[in-house]
Ligand binder design. Structure first.
Ligand code: SAM
Length: 218
């Protein structure tokens, strides 16, 4: 993982093709596509697997976890409607790739991972790549109330339900994006906080995530 960071024409070209593929699959937000086009996804892979980095696939990152498929990252990011300066909570840091995409969009990112080994690795690798975020280790299913409210909350693991405690950490007008379902498949759910007490919930496409494990989760 602590390999030399080299971003040559071969990787840049592969990344451009990936962006084209995401466009074909329906990602429309030009800012999200530009962010995917900038973040060197191969830095999250061992050098032997660099070419895998620009295929539209999830990939093992150790500890039984995965770096999400680029399409899934783009899909969730598009739903967040991030503006520069927005305070974003990411639950499930994993490799840190999604974190970098959020930072690239100008977000101030607070990210939490429950697996200590992944947390230790990611909090070193991501800043080393030039992306600054706040890293936390612990159960993100309860959010991080100390830094709330957030303009957006993104959950990158599959939850059995929408944790009420996360909704309370959204600012008015804020958006939560969370995959909800059983262990095999989840619907992407977005929840918009309309005012102090009202929320609007939408259910979108089906995905398959690793489980969100914790107090307000599996
Ligand atoms: N967004 C990540 C990326 O780009 O690499 C992919 C994350 S992976 C699909 C989901 C992550 O959520 C795993 O690293 C897993 O350990 C983590 N996770 C699961 N339950 C969690 C919880 N309650 N709090 C924080 N992290 C959790």
């Amino acid at each position: 993982m602590a390999h030399k960071f080299v971003d040559n024409y071969r990787e840049k070209g592969a990344r451009k093709k990936l962006v084209e593929k995401l466009k074909e699959r329906g990602i429309q937000d030009e800012r999200v596509l530009a962010a995917i086009g900038k973040v060197p996804r191969h830095y999250f892979f061992d050098e032997t697997f660099w070419l895998q980095a620009y295929k539209d696939i999830a990939f093992p990152i150790g500890e039984g976890q995965t770096i999400s498929q680029p399409y899934t990252v783009a899909y969730q990011t598009e739903l967040l409607h991030i503006k520069p300066g927005d305070k974003v909570l990411e639950i499930g840091t994993g490799s840190g790739y999604q974190t970098c995409v959020l930072v690239e969009l100008g977000a101030k990112v607070f990210t939490i991972e429950r697996q200590e080994k992944l947390f230790e690795r990611t909090k070193k690798v991501v800043p080393h790549m030039g992306y600054q975020a706040e890293f936390f280790c612990g159960d993100g299913s309860k959010g991080i109330p100390e830094y709330a409210p957030y303009a957006q909350i993104i959950v990158t693991a599959g939850a059995p339900f929408v944790p009420e405690i996360l909704l309370k950490q959204l600012k008015i007008g804020g958006i939560l994006v969370i995959p909800v379902g059983d262990e095999k498949s989840q619907k992407m759910v977005t929840v918009l906080r309309v005012n102090e007490t009202e929320y609007e919930r939408f259910e979108l496409d089906t995905f398959r995530f690793v489980p969100l494990v914790g107090d307000q989760a599996w």
